[in-house]
Design a protein around this ligand. Structure first.
Ligand code: AMP
Length: 200
Protein backbone atom coordinates (compact mmCIF):
# COMPACT_ATOMS: atom_id res chain seq x y z
CA UNK A 1 0.00 0.00 0.00
CA UNK A 2 1.27 3.48 -0.90
CA UNK A 3 1.84 5.92 1.96
CA UNK A 4 0.93 9.61 1.52
CA UNK A 5 4.63 10.52 1.61
CA UNK A 6 5.13 8.82 -1.77
CA UNK A 7 2.67 11.18 -3.47
CA UNK A 8 4.13 14.04 -5.47
CA UNK A 9 2.38 17.38 -5.58
CA UNK A 10 2.32 19.05 -8.99
CA UNK A 11 2.52 22.81 -9.47
CA UNK A 12 2.41 22.92 -13.26
CA UNK A 13 1.30 20.34 -15.84
CA UNK A 14 1.82 20.57 -19.59
CA UNK A 15 -1.12 19.25 -21.61
CA UNK A 16 -0.84 18.11 -25.23
CA UNK A 17 -4.13 17.64 -27.08
CA UNK A 18 -5.95 17.84 -30.39
CA UNK A 19 -6.59 21.16 -32.11
CA UNK A 20 -9.06 19.86 -34.72
CA UNK A 21 -12.58 21.29 -35.00
CA UNK A 22 -15.82 19.30 -34.95
CA UNK A 23 -14.78 16.73 -32.35
CA UNK A 24 -17.25 14.44 -30.57
CA UNK A 25 -18.69 15.92 -27.34
CA UNK A 26 -17.21 13.09 -25.19
CA UNK A 27 -13.69 14.30 -26.07
CA UNK A 28 -14.41 18.00 -25.54
CA UNK A 29 -16.09 17.18 -22.24
CA UNK A 30 -13.02 15.18 -21.14
CA UNK A 31 -10.73 18.09 -22.03
CA UNK A 32 -12.90 20.55 -20.14
CA UNK A 33 -13.01 18.23 -17.09
CA UNK A 34 -9.24 17.85 -17.17
CA UNK A 35 -8.80 21.64 -17.19
CA UNK A 36 -11.31 22.08 -14.36
CA UNK A 37 -9.57 19.41 -12.26
CA UNK A 38 -6.18 21.11 -12.67
CA UNK A 39 -7.70 24.43 -11.58
CA UNK A 40 -9.42 22.83 -8.56
CA UNK A 41 -6.10 21.34 -7.50
CA UNK A 42 -4.33 24.71 -8.01
CA UNK A 43 -2.15 23.18 -10.72
CA UNK A 44 -1.07 25.60 -13.45
CA UNK A 45 -1.98 24.50 -16.99
CA UNK A 46 0.74 24.92 -19.63
CA UNK A 47 -0.34 24.21 -23.20
CA UNK A 48 -0.01 25.36 -26.81
CA UNK A 49 -2.17 28.48 -26.43
CA UNK A 50 -4.83 27.53 -28.97
CA UNK A 51 -8.59 28.13 -28.79
CA UNK A 52 -9.70 25.36 -31.14
CA UNK A 53 -10.78 21.77 -30.41
CA UNK A 54 -9.49 20.09 -27.26
CA UNK A 55 -6.99 22.93 -26.75
CA UNK A 56 -9.76 25.50 -26.31
CA UNK A 57 -11.79 23.11 -24.15
CA UNK A 58 -8.99 22.33 -21.69
CA UNK A 59 -8.09 26.02 -21.35
CA UNK A 60 -11.73 27.09 -20.89
CA UNK A 61 -12.29 24.30 -18.36
CA UNK A 62 -9.40 25.61 -16.25
CA UNK A 63 -10.20 29.31 -16.70
CA UNK A 64 -13.88 28.87 -15.73
CA UNK A 65 -12.70 27.36 -12.43
CA UNK A 66 -10.31 30.27 -11.79
CA UNK A 67 -7.19 28.37 -12.83
CA UNK A 68 -3.90 29.72 -14.17
CA UNK A 69 -3.35 28.97 -17.85
CA UNK A 70 -0.10 29.64 -19.68
CA UNK A 71 -0.06 29.38 -23.48
CA UNK A 72 3.23 28.92 -25.28
CA UNK A 73 3.02 29.53 -29.01
CA UNK A 74 5.56 29.90 -31.78
CA UNK A 75 5.48 33.17 -33.71
CA UNK A 76 4.13 31.57 -36.89
CA UNK A 77 1.04 30.20 -35.07
CA UNK A 78 0.27 33.41 -33.17
CA UNK A 79 -2.81 34.18 -35.26
CA UNK A 80 -6.15 35.57 -34.04
CA UNK A 81 -7.96 32.63 -35.66
CA UNK A 82 -5.98 30.13 -33.53
CA UNK A 83 -4.99 31.74 -30.26
CA UNK A 84 -7.07 31.94 -27.07
CA UNK A 85 -7.64 35.60 -26.09
CA UNK A 86 -8.28 35.13 -22.36
CA UNK A 87 -5.25 33.26 -21.05
CA UNK A 88 -3.50 34.21 -17.83
CA UNK A 89 -0.34 34.62 -19.88
CA UNK A 90 0.63 34.04 -23.52
CA UNK A 91 4.30 33.51 -24.28
CA UNK A 92 5.55 33.79 -27.86
CA UNK A 93 8.64 31.82 -28.87
CA UNK A 94 10.72 32.24 -32.04
CA UNK A 95 10.02 28.71 -33.33
CA UNK A 96 8.52 25.30 -32.60
CA UNK A 97 11.65 23.87 -31.01
CA UNK A 98 12.07 26.68 -28.49
CA UNK A 99 8.33 26.43 -27.77
CA UNK A 100 8.55 22.74 -26.88
CA UNK A 101 11.65 23.29 -24.74
CA UNK A 102 9.85 26.08 -22.88
CA UNK A 103 6.71 23.97 -22.30
CA UNK A 104 8.86 21.18 -20.95
CA UNK A 105 10.85 23.48 -18.66
CA UNK A 106 7.68 24.99 -17.15
CA UNK A 107 6.02 21.64 -16.36
CA UNK A 108 6.61 19.06 -13.67
CA UNK A 109 4.43 16.49 -15.44
CA UNK A 110 2.86 15.91 -18.89
CA UNK A 111 -0.59 14.77 -19.98
CA UNK A 112 -1.71 13.87 -23.50
CA UNK A 113 -5.45 14.08 -24.08
CA UNK A 114 -6.84 12.55 -27.26
CA UNK A 115 -5.28 14.22 -30.29
CA UNK A 116 -3.74 13.80 -33.71
CA UNK A 117 -0.25 13.98 -35.23
CA UNK A 118 0.84 17.00 -33.18
CA UNK A 119 -0.28 15.43 -29.90
CA UNK A 120 1.31 12.08 -30.71
CA UNK A 121 4.58 13.74 -31.70
CA UNK A 122 4.68 15.76 -28.47
CA UNK A 123 3.79 12.71 -26.36
CA UNK A 124 6.45 10.52 -27.92
CA UNK A 125 9.14 13.19 -27.80
CA UNK A 126 8.53 13.59 -24.08
CA UNK A 127 8.53 9.80 -23.62
CA UNK A 128 11.79 9.35 -25.51
CA UNK A 129 13.40 12.10 -23.42
CA UNK A 130 12.36 10.17 -20.28
CA UNK A 131 13.64 6.93 -21.82
CA UNK A 132 17.15 8.29 -22.15
CA UNK A 133 17.05 9.89 -18.70
CA UNK A 134 16.70 13.57 -19.71
CA UNK A 135 13.86 13.96 -17.20
CA UNK A 136 11.97 11.92 -14.58
CA UNK A 137 8.63 13.73 -14.87
CA UNK A 138 5.44 11.63 -14.99
CA UNK A 139 3.75 11.26 -18.41
CA UNK A 140 0.07 10.38 -18.60
CA UNK A 141 -2.45 9.74 -21.34
CA UNK A 142 -6.16 10.28 -20.88
CA UNK A 143 -7.74 7.26 -22.54
CA UNK A 144 -11.20 8.74 -23.07
CA UNK A 145 -13.61 6.09 -24.37
CA UNK A 146 -10.65 3.80 -25.15
CA UNK A 147 -9.29 6.29 -27.73
CA UNK A 148 -5.70 5.27 -26.98
CA UNK A 149 -6.31 1.49 -26.81
CA UNK A 150 -4.75 0.90 -30.27
CA UNK A 151 -1.69 2.94 -29.25
CA UNK A 152 -1.30 0.91 -26.04
CA UNK A 153 -1.66 -2.28 -28.14
CA UNK A 154 1.08 -0.96 -30.43
CA UNK A 155 3.35 -0.34 -27.45
CA UNK A 156 2.72 -3.91 -26.24
CA UNK A 157 3.46 -5.20 -29.75
CA UNK A 158 6.76 -3.27 -29.78
CA UNK A 159 7.63 -4.72 -26.36
CA UNK A 160 6.80 -8.27 -27.45
CA UNK A 161 9.18 -7.91 -30.42
CA UNK A 162 11.90 -6.29 -28.31
CA UNK A 163 11.75 -2.78 -29.80
CA UNK A 164 10.73 -1.22 -26.50
CA UNK A 165 12.30 -2.53 -23.29
CA UNK A 166 9.62 -3.77 -20.90
CA UNK A 167 10.89 -1.57 -18.06
CA UNK A 168 10.09 1.49 -20.20
CA UNK A 169 6.36 0.63 -20.39
CA UNK A 170 5.92 2.08 -16.89
CA UNK A 171 6.94 5.50 -18.23
CA UNK A 172 3.52 5.77 -19.87
CA UNK A 173 0.70 6.11 -17.35
CA UNK A 174 -2.85 5.68 -18.66
CA UNK A 175 -6.31 6.06 -17.19
CA UNK A 176 -9.86 6.54 -18.52
CA UNK A 177 -10.76 9.60 -16.39
CA UNK A 178 -8.95 12.77 -15.25
CA UNK A 179 -9.13 12.10 -11.46
CA UNK A 180 -7.80 8.55 -11.83
CA UNK A 181 -5.03 9.69 -14.16
CA UNK A 182 -3.88 12.48 -11.85
CA UNK A 183 -3.85 10.13 -8.87
CA UNK A 184 -1.76 7.55 -10.75
CA UNK A 185 0.64 10.29 -11.83
CA UNK A 186 0.97 11.57 -8.26
CA UNK A 187 2.04 8.06 -7.22
CA UNK A 188 4.50 7.64 -10.11
CA UNK A 189 7.98 6.49 -9.22
CA UNK A 190 10.46 6.55 -12.08
CA UNK A 191 11.21 2.94 -13.15
CA UNK A 192 14.64 1.55 -12.33
CA UNK A 193 17.15 0.28 -14.91
CA UNK A 194 16.22 2.95 -17.46
CA UNK A 195 19.91 3.27 -18.25
CA UNK A 196 19.71 0.02 -20.28
CA UNK A 197 18.85 2.18 -23.31
CA UNK A 198 22.00 4.28 -22.94
CA UNK A 199 24.50 1.84 -21.38
CA UNK A 200 25.14 -1.23 -23.46
P1 AMP B 1 -2.90 17.89 -33.29
O1 AMP B 1 -2.97 16.75 -32.30
O2 AMP B 1 -2.30 17.46 -34.60
O3 AMP B 1 -4.19 18.63 -33.45
O4 AMP B 1 -1.84 18.93 -32.70
C1 AMP B 1 -2.08 19.47 -31.44
C2 AMP B 1 -0.80 19.75 -30.74
O5 AMP B 1 0.02 20.54 -31.61
C3 AMP B 1 -1.05 20.57 -29.49
O6 AMP B 1 -0.71 19.86 -28.28
C4 AMP B 1 -0.20 21.81 -29.64
O7 AMP B 1 0.92 21.80 -28.78
C5 AMP B 1 0.23 21.83 -31.08
N1 AMP B 1 -0.63 22.81 -31.75
C6 AMP B 1 -1.61 22.58 -32.64
N2 AMP B 1 -2.24 23.71 -33.01
C7 AMP B 1 -1.64 24.69 -32.34
C8 AMP B 1 -1.83 26.11 -32.26
N3 AMP B 1 -2.76 26.75 -32.95
N4 AMP B 1 -1.01 26.81 -31.45
C9 AMP B 1 -0.06 26.19 -30.72
N5 AMP B 1 0.16 24.87 -30.74
C10 AMP B 1 -0.62 24.12 -31.54
Amino acid sequence: MTTPSTYQRFHSICVFCGSADGLEPQFLHAASSMGALLAQRKIQLVYGGGKTGMMGAVADGALHMGGTVIGIVPENLNLPSLIHESLTHLEITPDMHSRKARMSALADAFIALPGGFGTLEELFETLTWAQIGLHQKPIGILNTGGYYDPLLDMVNQAISHGFIYSEHRALLIDAPAPEILLEKMERFISPVNLERWVNR
